[in-house]
Write a protein that binds this ligand. Sequence first.
Ligand SMILES: NC(=O)c1ccc[n+]([C@@H]2O[C@H](COP(=O)([O-])OP(=O)(O)OC[C@H]3O[C@@H](n4cnc5c(N)ncnc54)[C@H](O)[C@@H]3O)[C@@H](O)[C@H]2O)c1
Length: 302
Amino acid sequence: MPGTEPGTGPGLAHGRTVIVTGAGRGLGRAHALAFAAEGANVVVNDLGVGLDGAPGAEGGPAAAVVAEILARGGAAVAHGGDIATEAGASGLVSAALDAFGRLDTLVNNAGFLRDRMLVNLDGDDWDAVLRVHLKGHFLPLRHAAGYWRAEAKAGRPVAARIVNTSSGAGLLGSVGQGNYSAAKAGILGLTFVAAAELAGYGVQVNAIAPAARTRMTEGAIAAALPEPEDVSPLVVWLGSDASEGVTGQVFEAEGGRITVMQGWRPGPTARSATRWSPVEAGRATRKLLAQSDPPLPPYGAR
Ligand SMILES: NC(=O)c1ccc[n+]([C@@H]2O[C@H](COP(=O)([O-])OP(=O)(O)OC[C@H]3O[C@@H](n4cnc5c(N)ncnc54)[C@H](O)[C@@H]3O)[C@@H](O)[C@H]2O)c1
């Protein structure tokens, strides 16, 4: 229902133009529908690839989501480009400007998996997953940021939002997902830099680590996971005016749970006035480890 928060007018995202990448299915689809329900104009991007990124395997799901939004009285256009290419990413920003005359929020969400144990992971599976997630976040972010910088320099007010999609695999690691874990950890680094660099132009950048039942989580754990629609309210809020002042943060979201993830910070420290010998460094390090919390294990670790 639009206007669910008191004092927010006809919808929390009313008047905003929002791009959601990979919005033909799963989490992206849920985000696109939720933004539309809160009054946003939505650009629904999806290349329509298979779960492993195989091209064109499953048709054009973006058009179906646009049809759903229009049927509910919302405003949306489809974009079928590959967000990990320059042409796809710049065309995506142009699609928002052509259809709605402005861009306010970018939700980077598209991606796919090529899971293998490291000893079986070849260079192509590494490149494909790093490309779609990491470059597929960077390029839309850069093209959107270029537009917002030009707006800010022209003296127009900018209250822009970027929501990036990491994963528990990026936070802790996930056995059998070395490529995906590296890409999703890279997205966190990109988020922190973008939040710092773009603050002066009025752009806030945050990341989520979601968990939901989609084709990506089919199989053993899927049945236990909640609906993708449960993650979208946080994404809509982060992508709206209402999240003013929140940037450079990482949130886990699963079902009805939202958790602020608190990242690397210095723990126990030892110092020596003279250079350590390796034996001394080892002795000091063991003492520090004894004073420290053990790291959380990666997902799937025995
Ligand atoms: N489902 C979960 O529990 C979970 C957990 C952690 C992170 N994530 C992340 O959430 C995001 C969405 O995942 P999902 O579970 O909804 O998966 P999904 O497979 O249902 O949806 C992903 C969509 O991205 C599209 N896509 C893939 N490559 C693209 C490209 N180059 N350009 C445009 N579109 C492309 C696909 O066609 C697909 O429709 C992903 O980044 C995923 O890594 C999901």
